[in-house]
Write a protein that binds this ligand. Structure first.
Ligand SMILES: [Zn+2]
Length: 255
């Protein structure tokens, strides 16, 4: 990371009043949660994992569901804790500057770190809840996992007998329009837009950058790999997220 650039961004953050943050898998890799799509990603290494993430295979094939439940049981996310990158975003909120925290992550590490749930917009849902595909019932994931541990290979909804899945957006599944609308609205209300750990290659979420630009917000991108928006960003930082975020978001008096 170039120190002078970080200092410049830090000054912009100091000036900003309404920072809108978008986070992707990159912020959670330092917490031990693998990036599914990255070069070292789970899907790159295991095509079956991709099948389990596809709603059509999941609904059609009980074997895919059984494997998915075993996968959920052993997810590294259950033991993951927030890293300094997450904590820096909590500090940003404590400074009164965080307008919205849009996340593509399903791990809830932002809320666990201490960001207000009202500010977190989970565009891909959360793995800490299950939902019934048939009746829409929602419940804590851990309760369903208890049933799997107890021997149920593919636990069904207790209300209607329907198929249970994690309350996340699988491949082939539509995003929730209300949630996306809220994220895009928030993107247009900030004076600085900070994109962290996402490749910005998937719409509609990547469109948040266009919306932020259209209202004149400064665009700051923190990501290990290049993104399609690097050319139009005001600053691009490619160091370790858990080092870059504390450096640019902490209050000046702290370092
Ligand atoms: Zn149901």
């Amino acid at each position: 990371m170039e120190t002078s650039l970080a200092a410049t961004v830090r000054a912009w953050i100091d000036e900003a009043q309404r920072v809108v943050v978008l986070t992707g898998a990159g912020i959670s890799t330092d917490s031990g949660i693998p990036d599914f799509r990255g070069p070292q990603g789970l899907w790159t290494r295991n095509p079956l994992a991709e099948k389990m993430s596809n709603i059509h295979y999941y609904l059609a094939d009980p074997e895919v569901r059984k494997l998915s439940w075993q996968n959920r049981l052993s997810s590294p996310a259950w033991n993951a804790t927030p890293n300094p990158g997450h904590l820096a975003l909590v500090e940003l909120e404590q400074r009164g500057k965080l307008h919205a925290l849009i996340t593509q992550n399903i791990d809830e590490l932002h809320q666990i770190a201490g960001n207000s749930p009202e500010l977190v917009i989970e565009v891909h849902g959360t793995m800490r809840r299950v939902m019934c595909w048939d009746c829409g019932m929602r419940a804590p994931m851990q309760r369903a996992l208890e049933r799997v541990r107890g021997g149920e290979e593919d636990p069904k909804c207790r209300d209607c007998g329907g198929i249970l899945k994690s309350d996340t957006i699988s491949f082939g599944q539509q995003l929730v329009p209300e949630v996306i609308d809220r994220a895009m609205r928030a993107a247009g209300e900030g004076d600085l837009f900070l994109s962290v750990g996402t490749s910005l290659q998937v719409y509609p979420v990547a469109g948040a950058v266009d919306i932020a630009r259209s209202v004149g917000a400064r665009i700051v991108i923190v990501n290990a790999q290049p993104t399609p928006f690097d050319d139009v960003a005001d600053a691009v930082l490619d160091g370790s997220i858990s080092e870059v975020l504390p450096a640019i978001l902490g209050s000046a008096s702290r370092s």
